[in-house]
Every structure is written in structure tokens, then in C-alpha cells.
Design a protein around this ligand. Structure first.
Ligand code: GLC
Length: 550
């Protein structure tokens, strides 16, 4: 079935790092308004804005202390109303980030909940009785350390899958669910066009809280113990029925631990849950035996297989989200491409990939100019709680910290959180005072200003490939077939409907590869190199061919 959100191009804004209009070094809503023309100029239809609600910022807004208030540092509720209007005036839509698996410990609910066992808010969270030094089980938080925090007042532990400042909400309690639905309704009635739902796969807990085997890799712990709990689909269905289905909106759930077994159910049109989900099968491909900070090279055969399997799983019912980066991962061009010799080509290759696979494409701010990872000389310059906690844990475990710093360079979430590079000037035109997080020194070269002037820039390529996708519905709804699943570096696929067939080919390597379409009826219609050469693909070259069937 056709839907507007299937045809949309999404642009993700990380507000702290996008544009500071007030001059305090922190991005804000008026900054976003100032730059809406930039977003619009790409051909974007839908903006997803990371959490901007009131928050003590233990995890940059993913710890909400008031769900109905926009944080003053971003401009408060009036600035948000202005943004929503400005977005709609440009015929774009706006999707908010809903963090409903946990609240901030500074939320009124938790402030009350921790006071006594008979407080009406107590049951809004998960509690376990016990002794101060004996946590109820051995579960590790996503950000290291136990998931259990002791609360002296009630002589109980509370559960937090993330930091101790993010207590998990108890979705078993119908009053909690009602609160969440009311919050959703509040924003939808203001005209918001949808929600990205933070870690939605974690909302239903396995209430027996069984300990995990010590040797089980964290990625499996996530999948088998934390994610896809017994009532997750009931909860989402209820939310859909009671609120979501009453509006013409878009929903995308973030799904850590969601794999091919569970994934399709979340997005099946028949099940009436969510429109799309972000799974992480391809985003954890470089996690080594010891996890994220033990990186290994990308296996491209496996990478392709993941896209093919998910396409197949949702081909008849459901829809995919196509993304390669966001505020939680390092930069696309540094992680999957080559941010050195082939910066330009590989950034454009991944733009081509995003726009030619079946599913709704998500662009993360800065990727449209090929922003890269950053390498701070020491841990002090890193802000992210996840990176810092992982560092402390590694130190405790006696790891080789020189090696670990290299892994941080590659994997830290701060790679994606450096300020947006607008200009070559001090602070990259992001702010006129020192930003909350250091600017990448390469902003003098990699910036929007420079790329506006160059017709062949990455930025202008994004515009071109987006327009190309929009002009060809085959690239939106057409079937997908991988033609060379076993090739270690070539990704060749067909996108096809009754009238048109596209063949897309990408060289995922630093080497030239001999290749040509076997049928001369294929006409090349798009590519990321200015000069192509018959019979070969340059390093990180993408080519798109068309064959008219009817
Ligand atoms: C999601 C967010 C991430 C946050 C976490 C906890 O994974 O994308 O930034 O830290 O949830 O809310």
C-alpha cells in the first residue's frame, strides 16, 4: 500500500549540535528555524528532532523530567510552536522523539515514587527489595555497571537499563501507559506529525528478572533478556489503538535487540503497531568479540545479506527504514567508507545506497556534507556518558588504554555529535561562542558554505540523488533483488516494477574493479564519479542504470 511516509526523505536533527542562535554554545530551536532552508533545499519531507523536552541532560535529553515542556535552553514551548509552523509552512513535517521506556530521575513521578512504597507513583517504576550490596540480579546497564540502584528510603532497588538517572517506567501499570498516551495526544493535538520512539523494544520486562550467563555477549543479552519482552506487542498495539491510529502520522520505533524473528511483527500493517523500526543488525557488524569497543572490519557479504533479508521479511507486509548513521554511531563516511583518500566518492556512494534501497531513507545531520569522525587526544575531551563509562570500565578491567583510545576514536557516539559544520570560520558557523562539544578541525574544508559553491560537492550530490529517487517511484516501491550476494566488494541490485528496471552497482572498496553491465540495453543514468570509464568501477564508485520495460 502506498503511504506518504514511505515516499518521504527524513532528516534527523540533533538539536544541541545543529545551530546555536543565542550564542551560548548550545544549539537551539531558533537555530533550527534559521537553517530550515538548508534542510528543505535537500528535498527533505520529514524532520526528526531528537529530544528537546525539559531534561537535566544526563544523557542529552534522553532523560526527560517534563514531557510537556520544551527545555528552556532550546527556547521553550513558544519556540517549538514557531518551529512547527515554520516546518509546515515549507510543506515539511515534524517528528518528535518520544522517550517512554524511562524518565529522568528528576521527573516528578520518580521524585514521588522513591519516597515510600505506598506513594501513588511508586508503581510507576520497577522495584525489588533486597540488601544494599546485593543487587537482585547480574544485569549490566547499556552504559556499564549494574542496572539496579539502591533507594535507601524504601530499602529497595530500582531498575535502570541506561544510567541511574534514567529509571525504567513500569509499563505493566496501566496508569503509566495512560500517562504516556496522554503525552502523545498532547503533542499530536499541537500538530506534530509523528514520533520516533526511543528503545521501544525494551518497554516490556521479563518480570522474573533472571540473571544472565556470565559469558553471554552483551548483544545477545540485549536480544534475549532485555528486548522483545512478553507484552511488548500488546503494549504497542494498545498505544496504536488508543492514540496513534486516530491521527495521520508516522511512527518509527528504535529497536535494540530486534532481529529478523521479531522485527517484522512491529511493522506489519496487519498487526497495527508501528510503521517502521530501526534495527541494528547492520550497525553492529563491526562489533568484535568484546563488543563495540573491540572493532573489526565490515564484512560486506554480511552487510548485503542483512539488507536483503530485511527487505524480504517486509516485502509483502511492513516497511523498512534505511539508515547508516545517527547520533549514536560514528560517521558513515569514516565507519563504512574511506574518509581520507576517497572521502568524496565514498560519501556519495552511501548517499546513493540510502536513496536506492527499498525503505524510507534517513539522513543524519552533517552526513550530507560528508562530516567525519573526530579523534581527541585523550578521554577528557569526550562528553558522552556512554563513552566515559565504557572507558572507566575498561580501565578497571586493566585493558590496554592506548588501544582503547583508538577504539573510542572509531566508535564513540561523540563522533556524530560534533557541531554541524556550516562555515570555515571559528566554531564552524555553529555558534559565536565556544560550543558545548569541540568542533571538528576539518570544518575549514568540510562545510556547507564550500559545498554550496561546488556543483560537484557531496551536498549537491545529495540533492541530485534525492531528486532522482523522488522522480522515480520504482526506487520507492519497486521490488529489490541482490544480483551478486557472494561478491566480497560489489553490491549489485535490481529495483523493478512493471515499467522500469533499475540496476544499481556499488564498489565497496579502495580498489578498482572490472565490471560492466552484461546487457547493452542498460543505460547509465546516475553516478557519483564525474568521469566514468567503461568496463570498470573506480574505488567507491556507484552507478545507476535504467532499462525501460514497457
Ligand atoms: C537510544 C538513544 C540514545 C540514548 C538511549 C537511552 O538508544 O538513541 O541516544 O542514549 O536510547 O535513551
Amino acid at each position: 500500500m502506498k503511504n506518504w511516509w514511505k515516499e518521504s526523505i527524513v532528516y534527523q536533527v540533533y538539536p544541541r549540535s545543529f545551530k546555536d542562535s543565542s550564542g551560548n554554545g548550545v544549539g537551539d530551536i531558533d537555530g533550527i528555524i534559521e537553517k530550515l532552508d538548508h534542510i528543505d533545499s535537500l528535498g527533505v519531507d520529514l524532520i526528526w528532532i531528537c529530544p528537546i523536552y525539559r531534561s537535566p541532560n544526563a544523557d542529552n535529553g534522553y532523560d526527560i523530567s517534563d514531557y510537556r515542556k520544551i527545555n528552556d535552553e532550546f527556547g521553550g514551548n513558544t519556540a517549538f510552536e514557531r518551529l512547527l509552523k515554520a516546518v509546515h509552512n515549507r510543506d515539511m513535517k515534524l517528528m518528535m522523539d518520544l522517550v517512554a521506556n524511562h524518565s529522568s530521575d528528576e521527573h516528578y513521578w520518580f521524585q514521588e515514587a522513591k519516597k515510600s512504597k505506598d506513594n501513588p507513583y511508586h508503581d510507576y517504576y520497577h522495584w525489588k527489595e533486597g540488601l544494599p550490596d546485593t543487587p537482585p540480579n547480574n544485569w549490566e546497564s547499556v552504559f556499564n555497571g549494574s542496572v539496579w540502584e539502591w533507594n535507601e528510603k524504601t530499602q529497595e532497588y530500582y531498575l535502570h537499563l541506561f544510567t541511574q538517572k534514567q529509571p525504567d517506567l513500569n509499563w505493566e501499570n496501566p496508569t503509566v501507559r495512560k500517562e504516556i498516551y496522554d503525552i502523545i495526544t498532547f503533542w499530536l493535538n499541537k500538530g506534530v506529525d509523528g514520533f520516533r520512539m526511543d528503545v521501544i523494544s525494551l518497554i516490556s520486562k521479563r518480570m522474573e528478572f533472571t540473571s544472565v550467563p556470565e559469558t553471554l555477549p552483551f548483544i545477545d543479552v540485549m536480544e534475549q533478556y532485555y528486548s522483545n519482552g512478553p507484552r511488548v506487542h500488546d503494549f504497542i498495539k494498545e498505544m496504536n489503538k488508543q492514540v496513534l491510529s486516530r491521527y495521520d502520522i508516522v511512527t518509527v520505533g528504535e529497536g535494540p535487540g530486534v532481529n529478523l524473528t521479531h522485527g517484522p511483527k512491529y511493522v506489519s500493517a496487519a498487526e497495527k503497531e508501528l510503521n517502521m523500526i530501526f534495527h541494528f543488525d547492520h550497525m553492529t557488524l563491526d562489533f568484535g568479540p568484546e563488543g563495540k569497543y573491540d572493532p573489526i572490519p565490515i564484512d560486506w557479504i554480511y552487510f548485503k545479506k542483512i539488507f536483503s533479508q530485511w527487505d524480504k521479511a517486509t516485502a509483502n507486509d511492513g516497511w523498512n527504514s534505511i539508515f547508516l548513521g545517527n547520533h549514536d554511531f560514528s560517521r558513515i563516511v569514516s565507519r563504512f567508507g574511506n574518509d581520507n583518500t576517497y572521502h568524496d566518492a565514498s560519501a556519495k556512494l552511501f548517499a546513493t545506497l540510502l536513496m536506492t534501497l527499498r525503505g524510507t531513507p534517513y539522513i543524519y545531520q552533517g552526513d550530507e556534507i560528508g562530516m567525519t569522525n573526530i579523534q581527541h587526544p585523550s578521554i577528557e575531551a569526550y562528553d558522552d556518558i556512554e563513552t566515559r563509562n565504557a572507558w572507566d570500565a575498561a580501565e578497571k578491567e586493566g585493558k590496554d588504554m592506548t588501544q582503547f583510545l583508538k577504539a573510542v576514536h572509531r566508535q564513540s557516539r561523540d563522533n556524530a555529535r560534533t557541531p554541524m559544520q556550516w562555515k570555515a570560520t571559528t566554531y564552524a558557523g555553529f555558534s559565536n561562542s565556544k560550543p558545548w562539544i569541540p568542533v571538528n578541525p576539518n570544518h575549514t574544508e568540510v562545510n556547507v558554505d564550500n559545498q554550496e559553491k561546488d556543483p560537484n560537492s557531496i551536498l549537491n550530490y545529495y540533492r541530485k540523488i534525492i531528486a532522482f529517487r523522488k522522480a522515480n517511484t520504482t526506487l520507492i516501491y519497486g521490488s529489490y533483488q541482490d544480483l551478486a550476494p557472494d561478491h566480497p566488494h560489489l553490491y549489485i541490485y535490481l529495483r523493478e516494477d512493471e515499467k522500469t528496471r533499475f540496476m544499481v552497482v556499488h564498489n565497496l572498496s579502495d580498489s578498482t574493479i572490472n565490471w560492466a553491465p552484461q546487457d547493452s540495453k542498460y543505460k547509465m543514468v546516475m553516478g557519483n564519479y564525474e568521469k566514468t570509464q567503461e568496463g570498470l568501477l573506480h574505488p567507491w564508485e556507484s552507478q545507476v542504470y535504467r532499462l525501460d520495460i514497457a
